[in-house]
Design a binder for this molecule. Structure first.
Ligand code: HEM
Length: 216
């Protein structure tokens, strides 16, 4: 029995997942030690990443490798824009800038979308399956810390309105991963790209931690 690809990619990224969860920025943010400004800055960074993921999605729809993963019910850009309008005001685009790590992350996603659909799958998995999972914990903490309405403006990014049963959706997603149209070597390259995606997220967290230090 060979290990299903969904298990392989999860296991390979487990250590980095723990690092992300326990990163200074995430623990400070979720521990209620940062203001809503830090949360807004983080949400802005997500906007750049999802724009790259979702701008690239349309042309990949018919791609034999990435195509099956393109599911509009996952799209987050519109929700992020609603959250940013709530957090920053109607002219939220005016002050928007990516951190250097975010710019590099978004550029890599766009590059994969353009040139390497299997690499795009790695980025797709790292973001969307995470948002469907730990994202729900982040939403709960954010609602409590900064008083957002439950599943309302400010946390819409974490609310998948069109996915009634996230557990079932994740099961289906893992089946898609298991049957991804790639040979063993290419699957290994997808795993490597997933690890790179986690590295990008770690770098964004480090830069955010630098911008929002906690005075002990
Ligand atoms: C404090 C922050 C985080 C928490 C509390 C958290 C929590 C979780 C939890 C509880 C799961 C397991 C869900 C399940 O088994 O169904 C999960 C899965 C996942 N998380 Fe996170 N997470 C966090 C940050 C992140 C970050 C920053 C990323 C990457 C950008 C990420 C990516 C993923 C992925 C890809 C999965 C799916 C693993 C799989 O089953 O294949 N998470 N997360």
């Amino acid at each position: 029995m060979t290990t299903p690809f969904s298990t392989l990619i999860r296991t390979a990224s487990q250590e980095q997942h723990t690092e992300a969860e326990t990163s200074t920025f995430m623990t400070d943010l979720l521990g209620g030690r940062l203001g809503v400004d830090a949360y807004a800055r983080y949400t802005e960074q997500l906007w750049f990443v999802y724009r790259a993921l979702e701008d690239g999605a349309e042309v990949l729809r018919s791609d034999p490798v990435a195509g099956p993963f393109i599911q509009p019910e996952l799209f987050r850009t519109a929700a992020l824009e609603q959250d940013l309008a709530h957090l920053r005001g109607a002219d939220w685009r005016a002050g928007l800038s990516p951190l250097p790590a975010t710019a590099a992350y978004a550029a890599r996603v766009a590059e994969c979308a353009r040139d390497w659909p299997a690499g795009y799958v790695a980025h797709h998995y790292t973001r969307y399956l995470g948002d469907l999972s730990g994202g729900q914990i982040i939403r709960d903490r954010a609602e409590r810390a900064w008083g957002f309405a439950r599943k309302g403006d400010g946390v819409r990014f974490y609310v998948f309105e069109e996915i009634g049963n996230p557990a079932a959706f994740k099961r289906g997603y893992r089946e898609l991963l298991d049957s991804v149209n790639a040979d063993d070597l290419e699957r290994q390259r997808i795993v490597d790209e997933c690890k790179r995606a986690f590295d990008f997220n770690g770098a964004v967290f480090r830069e955010l931690a630098g911008e929002f230090p906690i005075s002990a």
